[in-house]
Design a binder for this molecule. Structure first.
Ligand SMILES: [Zn+2]
Length: 127
């Protein structure tokens, strides 16, 4: 199994290799994405890496028409919060959605790793 420390840089290394890795608390089972060195729920320090499949359901979304500077030119676009099958909820851009009519709470989404600038981040697409 992976013995990398539970840090943001380990998380980024995994993303570079195409894996979305969270960590899970061995005491209470809470899953953290990105990984945390100490469980925020129970304070536990016994944690293990866990690969995230990336499938989940959309909990909230908004379609942006007036973007921040770094996203100028991409509007309209959607961002949302997806609750993953493994437990954690994460936010990100929802690719290929430009209108609120094309999307709804509860639809299935899949996380994908997207390169932006000199880093990688998670986005979603509807499945
Ligand atoms: Zn815990």
């Amino acid at each position: 199994m992976e013995e990398k420390p539970f840090t943001t840089s380990s998380y980024r290394e995994f993303l570079e290799s195409g894996k979305i890795m969270a960590n899970r608390c061995r005491s209470c089972g809470n899953v953290h994405l990105p990984p945390r060195p100490i469980c925020p729920r129970c304070g536990g320090r016994s944690l293990e890496w866990m690969e995230i499949r990336g499938r989940g359901t959309l909990q909230a979304f908004t379609v942006i028409h007036v973007p921040p500077t770094r996203l100028k030119g991409r509007q309209p676009y959607a961002t949302g919060i997806v609750k993953l099958e493994e437990g954690p909820s994460i936010s990100g851009l929802i690719l290929d959605v430009k209108r609120g009519e094309d999307i709804d709470i509860g639809v299935e989404a899949e996380a994908i790793i997207v390169r932006e600038g000199d880093g990688l981040k998670l986005c979603f697409r509807l499945v």
